[in-house]
Write a protein that binds this ligand. Structure first.
Ligand code: NAP
Length: 485
């Protein structure tokens, strides 16, 4: 049988899209187009450039396994450095020629000829045998509906769409939200602000770590000199980190309790003021929400020009914010650190699968996929970092690579003529999701807090298994779980 080359369209050039493009090219696939709506690669690291942005995972772990970087300046890299790294990787691996920037996909439809018809915002049409959605998780900013927000006289900026021209020095700033982002942005803006009001609806546990420390001198030279050692070290740290996080998050143990005790100690030791401490004392277990890590926040919020406001926001007025107790605080700038629509995945793109089913209908009860990557009703479509991805435990670069290698195996079967279409069965997807639900029981994410991990239906949209299970599941496709034709 003659070989045929699958036409592959990947949507998104962030961590997942770059990894997929690299893996597929490495496996010899030649007809790959990556469509990216941003003006540069990097995904979340392109869109986010708010002051203080820094990765809360050490840089020597937060990198592609196939492109280790010896010379990170900081042990926890800044957002700008990570964005540059993504661009460099794309250049160095020769992936840039596959990527079309400023190209937003608005529609994708599985047509009668068993192809994906992909439409861009500019009205261009592309045809693909396989569509791979690498569209990210934390992408669509969540703007809260607060009365009066639209009529505020000054600038209102969401952290994920930061305006680099915005002047904050010497201004009275209000920051709403206290996830990883709110904590970082308050720490960064406080020193030069006239005043900073931090509106905190639910306090967060904040683990202390020396997040602004530089990488030790000599490390870069050593790792560059011995690339094999570097790769080994990377695997050791990335896999060790994933094992530790999986262990403490997925089942109760003394190790979980030890990390939780550390979180409580961080609060106790750093905040001596009892009133402030009481206001910042969460009413749920540490690690239940996505853990916030900061070496600077408690110092910033203790500063004379900083105020912590836990009273609910009643309304925004043209010149400030009024809380439920009637207090009005004048403000010049409002910063929304209010997070994301974390379960949108490829939406609001209009995605239409077999028999005209839309992704909105398929996911009416929340996102649902088989092993993070395949969706019933959507043949020849895969997601990378799709539903149930391990954003709370396992390296996302590693997960992307495993998923891309898994997808490559299906593409190979297409290439050799073993199949033309592949679609996961509903039964296999239900079985997988049932297993996930059971495994979610003893996880710390399920101990009674509200977080972006939860879908509207109350399911925890995370990976409750360990890395070995993931590796086994994505090792080789199980034909029994799929309709093949
Ligand atoms: P987030 O964790 O979802 O936090 C959103 C915050 O906004 C919460 O404190 C929430 O309060 C608050 N909020 C939402 N609507 C509100 C309203 N109407 N009034 C008052 N408060 C409101 O979002 P995020 O901080 O952007 O972080 C999202 C994720 O991005 C993180 O968990 C992390 O995975 C990732 N991230 C990573 C880094 C990094 O260093 N690598 C940095 C930033 C972000 P409630 O809790 O009460 O809902």
């Amino acid at each position: 049988m003659t070989e045929r080359e699958p036409r592959v369209v990947i949507i998104g050039a962030g961590v997942a899209g770059i990894t997929t493009a690299h893996v597929l090219r490495e496996r010899g696939f030649t007809d790959i187009t990556v469509l990216e709506k941003g003006s540069d690669v990097g995904g979340v690291w392109y869109w986010n450039h708010y002051p203080g942005l820094r990765c809360d995972v050490p840089s020597q772990i937060y990198q592609f396994g196939f492109a280790p970087k010896p010379d990170w300046q900081h042990a926890w890299a800044t957002g700008a450095a990570i964005q540059r790294y993504h661009r460099d990787v794309v250049e160095q691996l020769g992936l840039a020629e596959l990527i079309r920037l400023d190209t937003e996909v608005t529609d994708a439809q599985w047509d009668e000829d068993r192809h994906w018809a992909v439409t861009t915002a500019a009205g261009e049409q592309l045809v693909a045998d396989f569509l791979i959605c690498a569209t990210g998780v934390l992408h669509h900013p969540f703007i809260p509906e607060i009365p009066g927000l639209a009529d505020f006289a000054g600038p209102v900026v969401h952290t994920a769409r930061w305006d680099d021209e915005l002047v904050t020095d010497g201004r009275r700033i209000a920051v709403i939200g206290t996830g990883s982002t709110g904590v970082q942005v308050v720490s960064a803006l406080q020193p030069d602000a006239a005043s900073i009001d931090h509106y905190v609806r639910s306090a967060q546990w904040i683990l202390w770590a020396p997040t602004s420390v530089r990488q030790f001198p000599g490390v870069a030279a050593l790792l560059a000199r011995f690339p094999k050692l570097h790769r080994r070290l990377y695997r050791l740290m990335a896999f060790g980190g994933s094992a530790l996080l999986t262990d403490v998050t997925t089942r109760p143990s003394w190790r979980r309790r030890a990390v939780q005790a550390y979180a409580r100690a961080c609060l106790r030791i750093q905040l001596r003021n009892k009133d402030l401490r009481a206001k910042l004392q969460p009413d749920y277990e540490p690690l239940c929400k996505r853990q916030v890590v900061s070496g600077t926040y408690y110092r910033a919020i203790r500063a004379d020009n900083a105020d912590l406001i836990t009273e609910g926001i009643a309304e925004v007025t043209p010149h400030g914010i009024r809380t439920a107790d009637g207090t009005h605080r004048d403000t010049d700038v409002i910063v929304l650190a209010t997070g994301f629509h974390a379960h949108n995945y490829m939406r609001p793109m209009r995605l239409q699968g077999r028999d005209g089913i839309s992704i909105d209908d398929a996911w009416a009860k929340g996102p649902r996929a088989y092993q993070m990557t395949a969706i019933p009703g959507f043949p020849n479509l895969f997601t990378v970092l799709g539903p149930n991805s391990p954003t709370g435990s396992i390296s996302l670069q590693y997960t992307s690579e495993l998923t891309a290698r898994y997808i490559a195996q299906w593409l190979t079967k297409f290439r050799t003529g073993e199949l033309t279409t592949v679609e996961v069965t509903d039964q296999a997807t239900t079985r997988f999701n049932d297993d996930v639900a059971i495994a979610m029981g003893p996880t710390v994410w399920n101990t009674g807090c509200n977080s972006w991990y939860l879908t509207d239906g109350g399911n925890v949209d995370l990976w409750p298994f360990d890395r070995a299970t993931m590796k086994a599941m994505l090792g080789s496709p199980d034909p029994a779980a799929f309709h093949l034709s």
